[in-house]
Design a protein around this ligand. Structure first.
Ligand code: NAD
Ligand code: UFG
Length: 332
């Protein structure tokens, strides 16, 4: 079976390519290297001892995609490619709508043209907006608070419309909670440019001395210690969710949404403490104002993924903290 992975040299994509190769899938990756480096290709090969085809190209470019489908019999696609920074999407909405929607529409048109109708799509827990209760189930109402989230919701709607128009499609929409951590080897992981927006990459840079102090955005939320609670999930667990989703869509037609989380919520301070303990290092922090748009708490009910896909997260918070730090130390 041959899988096309868009954005396959990025953070989640690279870990998923490793698991695909480990499970004997053939892989073609297309990535324009907007937020990744070509050297990740060799690192994936070093981890798996297996080869795959890499196409440096843009998913918005129909000609490049058509060439891939002409040269390969693609059985299914995992679509990671897109922009993902919430704050940047508020500043540059057009850039987000253009890239995230255009890439998806072009991909879907070409898939249709070459009769490849199996897709796994990267959505996000952000489509639940501010949930009325917890844990979050897939049936909860959907809403968004920023252009990035709106692109995800719009794409989900497009996919539901496609399936309505043609029941031959087989689509798994995966709603990720908060992916963190890195591959055990320390060869691949998350390396955001500049000052990170997300909590774990920030903690890691403070621990490493690159940044001075973590700002904890608010300690007056309605949570265990007043700091924001999230469902952190190890990126390798998340990647394994894609393998289960691929297995499922290769056998079943239809469209469905799945939460991929652990079901456990950790506060900012709980994550800091866990990180300090497992890595034996101090993380300086100070409490600051809330960050605009943040919600109190967010964690998943992932029982649907367990029941239908046979997937469940295995790795705990300590392993997430350990692997996240190991990646940074190994890549200084
Ligand atoms: P990432 O930025 O590391 O990976 C995305 C990859 O896509 C990058 O390698 C980038 O170069 C590539 N890319 C972007 N636009 C492209 C285009 N037009 N053509 C070709 N390649 C393109 O991001 P990630 O964290 O691995 O996220 C993967 C997907 O999961 C994204 O769609 C993201 O929105 C979604 N997601 C991520 C998170 C998270 O916290 N990381 C949470 C929920 C959902
Ligand atoms: N936080 C801090 N200080 C920081 C960064 C974050 O205190 O420097 C806090 C936030 O206030 C929040 C928690 O840490 O309470 C997690 O924040 P992240 O920015 O790491 O993650 P979010 O839950 O805000 O958002 C992430 C992705 C979104 C995605 C969402 C749901 O950035 O793209 O998870 O999957 F939509």
């Amino acid at each position: 079976m041959k899988i096309l992975v868009t954005g396959g040299l990025g953070y989640i994509g690279s870990h998923t390519v490793v698991e695909l190769l480990n499970n004997d899938y053939e892989v073609v990756v297309i990535d324009n290297l907007y937020n990744s480096k070509e050297e990740v290709k060799d690192k994936i090969k070093a981890i798996t001892n297996k080869d795959f085809q890499f196409v440096k190209g843009d998913v918005c470019d129909k000609n490049v995609l058509e060439k891939i489908f002409i040269e390969n019999k693609i059985d299914a696609v995992i679509h990671f490619a897109g922009y993902k920074a919430v704050g940047e999407s508020v500043q540059k909405p057009l850039m987000y709508y253009r890239n995230n929607l255009d890439s998806t529409l072009t991909l879907l048109e070409v898939m249709n043209q070459y009769n490849c109708k199996r897709l796994v799509f990267s959505s996000s827990a952000t489509v639940y907006g501010k949930p009325a209760s917890l844990p979050i189930k897939e049936t909860f109402p959907l809403s968004t608070t920023n252009p990035y989230g709106t692109t995800k919701l719009m794409i989900e709607d497009i996919l539901r419309d496609i399936y309505k128009s043609d029941n031959d499609w087989s689509i798994a929409i995966l709603r990720y909670f908060n992916p963190v951590g890195a591959h055990k080897s320390g060869l691949i992981g998350e390396s955001p440019n500049g000052i990170p927006n997300n909590l774990m990459p920030y903690i890691v840079k403070v621990a490493d001395g690159e940044l001075e102090c973590l700002s904890v955005f608010g300690d007056d939320y309605d949570t265990v210690d007043g700091t924001g609670v999230r469902d952190y999930i190890h990126v390798v667990d998340l990647s394994l969710g894609h393998i289960k989703a691929i297995e499922y869509i290769l056998k079943n037609k239809g469209i469905d949404e799945y939460n991929l989380g652990t079901g456990n919520g950790f506060s900012v301070l709980q994550l800091v403490k866990a990180f300090e303990k497992v890595n034996g290092i101090k993380v300086n922090y100070k409490i600051t104002d809330r960050r605009a748009g943040d919600i109190d708490a967010c964690y998943a009910d992932s029982s649907k993924a367990k029941e239908i896909l046979g997937w469940e997260a295995q790795k705990g918070i300590d392993e997430m903290c350990k692997d996240a730090y190991n990646f940074v130390i190994k890549n200084k």
